[in-house]
Ligand binder design. Structure first.
Ligand SMILES: [Zn+2]
Length: 266
């Protein structure tokens, strides 16, 4: 990754953001593919610009291939692509940005990460108050019995994976296209909304899903502060209080350095 420094005006914005924060600040960090881009991970709905060309070799879009209906009709086909994504994940790991969010969680009264990524990197980095709204590719469950397991790498397992107990097909605990969000995730998100938040960070997400864009919209409507960290413009860019078009890791490093050690800030 090329090292980029914030410009003078961006640096000023970071100072203003840091001045807004104190241990009582309730923070919601919404993250998407850009968060894991700093890990060198190809990204698609969290994991896989593997498929940026739009159509796959099967003549179906990746949305069709990674849908619940295709999985029901032709699980081997969906698994072929899930396996590719899993292998791409396996070659990468969480980055400093994930680590910083996990560190920050310990220093604020309420700090929640809402991610649409299925790579599990926030969990690996140590985030605890974490909503993996699209699930986690490394958690597999049997379609027939209650057997579940965690796979750290897709290199070592057969695709499609079969249940250790009953040999039935397993599936990852992810939300495929055309499927409903998980009940546990919705419940956690609802609790978090009830607790409320003071500041929202929108990090590396294009905010195309309504539940991902909602926190920023809420800030806009209620006069709360939202901060977008994303090199490219998104649908919510013009609604954010601050917009920092830089890689996530660089901005989070600056924010945390200045917040945790104010005397050393420039
Ligand atoms: Zn089973």
């Amino acid at each position: 990754m090329d090292f980029q420094k914030p410009s003078a005006s961006q640096s000023q914005a970071i100072d203003e953001i840091v001045n807004l924060l104190n241990p009582q600040t309730r923070i919601l960090a919404v993250t998407g593919a850009g968060m894991s881009a700093d890990s060198g991970l190809p990204t698609y709905r969290g994991v896989g610009g593997l498929y940026n060309s739009g159509e796959t070799e099967q003549g179906m879009t990746i949305e069709q291939l990674l849908s619940g209906s295709t999985f029901r009709n032709n699980p081997n086909l969906t698994w072929k692509y899930l396996g590719q994504i899993g292998k791409a994940c396996g070659a990468a790991k969480f980055n400093r940005g994930h680590e910083l969010l996990a560190i920050m969680e310990h220093h604020f009264e309420d700090f929640c990460v809402l991610t649409q990524n299925i790579d599990g990197f926030h969990r690996d980095a140590g985030s605890k108050n974490l909503i993996e709204i699209h699930g986690n590719l490394h958690h597999l469950k049997c379609e027939a019995c209650d057997f579940q397991k965690q796979v750290d790498t897709f290199e070592a397992i057969s695709i499609p994976p079969l249940c250790d107990q009953c040999q039935s097909l397993m599936r990852p605990k992810v939300v495929l296209f055309d499927e409903m969000l998980g009940r546990d995730s919705i419940a956690h998100l609802t609790r978090q909304w009830q607790t409320g938040f003071d500041v929202v960070f929108s990090i590396g997400t294009t905010s195309v899903f309504p539940y991902i864009a909602e926190p920023v919209l809420h800030c806009h409507q209620t006069g709360k502060v939202s901060i977008e960290i994303n090199p490219t413009e998104t649908q919510v860019s013009n609604l954010c209080t601050y917009r920092l078009p830089l890689p996530a890791t660089i901005v989070l490093e600056e924010i945390w350095a200045r917040y945790s050690n104010p005397k050393k800030s420039p």
